[in-house]
Write a protein that binds this ligand. Structure first.
Ligand code: SIN
Length: 325
């Protein structure tokens, strides 16, 4: 990322400062790979340059290792895809032993969030306590909104304000690391949930997870082994941007926007709505380098438009820039 700031001079190519100072650190650009789309980084290291990204969010970690839901676990449709992976992951011990050391040893510039998913508030606390003392990551993303947890016979925590409050405040008491709360896209009052998370100690919000859905074949059989699942991809873009816009006015927290982002225009829509960081998810399945290409694309876009700093485009400080658009 470039580092110069100030007004561009005609005829001179000015680098855009895509760096963002947040959560006590610097993201070299706003692009994160979303949870569940990049494993723990290592799985993609031969295919993409992870160090070209702002960062990544790991697959959600549960207390016990999980093999996941029955196949097929993903299905495509014209608006994107659906998944019901079922939180397959190596568990708390496996993550500590096999995954975090690799991240610690290989990533210097990209910032790492570890996603954690509990079946109860106490499991979230166990995960935060169990991982907090390790190196290799910046903070936690609390996955409060997995639609595919067949072990829990209840709506996701993100749709239950008392659960949001108790998980956030319990996690807050157990770590000084930054905490992102990942909310659900089908929340009827995302502003209220966001305020609850903020009051209980969240440092930022990730908006949002996949949208619950069901695909059936011509015989009426579910196309996913688990039955229902979570919708991701282009179909999520307008709802995601709207949610960011709604939440931005309700809280003072930085927002990570994701859902349907593949190119520069998508990322800018989220930024203009109020997201400081953006996540690339489903687009990486079609092109593993989608996140890396987006970071380069944002840089080029800024240079072409004479934007000197990404942060000028984002959130409440973007007022005058928004009017120009
Ligand atoms: C899954 O592993 O089934 C998806 C997790 C999520 O969407 O939170």
């Amino acid at each position: 990322a470039g580092s110069r700031t100030g007004p561009p001079s005609p005829g001179v190519e000015h680098p855009v400062n895509t760096a963002i100072h947040l959560f006590g650190t610097t993201f070299q650009n706003p692009v994160l790979l979303a949870a569940g789309t990049c494993g723990f980084g290592q799985e993609l290291a031969d295919v993409i340059d992870l160090e070209a990204l702002g960062g990544l969010v790991t697959k959600s970690v549960t207390v016990e290792p999980r093999t996941g839901n029955p196949a097929p676990r993903v299905a495509e449709f014209s608006g994107g895809m659906m998944n019901s992976i079922g939180l397959a992951n190596p568990g708390l011990e496996g993550t500590r032993r096999d995954k975090l050391p690799w991240l610690r040893d290989h990533l210097r510039r990209a910032r790492v969030w570890v996603s954690v998913a509990g079946h109860s508030p106490e499991e979230f606390f166990q995960l935060v306590e169990g991982l907090d003392g390790e190196d290799g990551f910046l903070g936690f993303e609390l996955n409060l909104s997995c639609p595919n947890d067949t072990r829990r016979d209840a709506p996701p925590f993100a749709l239950d304000p008392p659960s949001v409050r108790s998980i956030l405040s319990g996690a807050r008491a157990r770590t000084d690391r930054p905490l992102l709360a990942k909310l659900a896209p089908n929340d009827p009052d995302p502003a209220a949930t966001a305020r609850t998370a903020e009051e209980a100690g969240a440092d930022g919000l990730t908006l949002a997870n996949t949208l619950p859905g069901l695909l059936l074949d011509e015989e009426g059989r579910p196309r996913l082994g688990a039955g229902a699942g979570g919708v991701s991809g282009p179909a999520l873009l307008p709802g995601g941007v709207r949610m960011v816009e709604q939440v931005r006015h309700a809280v003072g927290l930085p927002l990570v926007g994701l859902g349907g982002i593949s190119g520069v225009a998508d990322a800018l829509a989220y930024a203009r709505a109020g997201a400081t960081l953006v996540g690339v998810g489903t687009a990486s399945f079609a092109d593993p380098r989608a996140g890396e290409k987006l970071a380069v694309g944002l840089h080029r876009w800024g240079r072409r438009k004479g934007v000197t700093a990404w942060s000028d485009l984002v959130g409440p400080s973007a007022g005058p820039v928004q009017k120009e658009a």
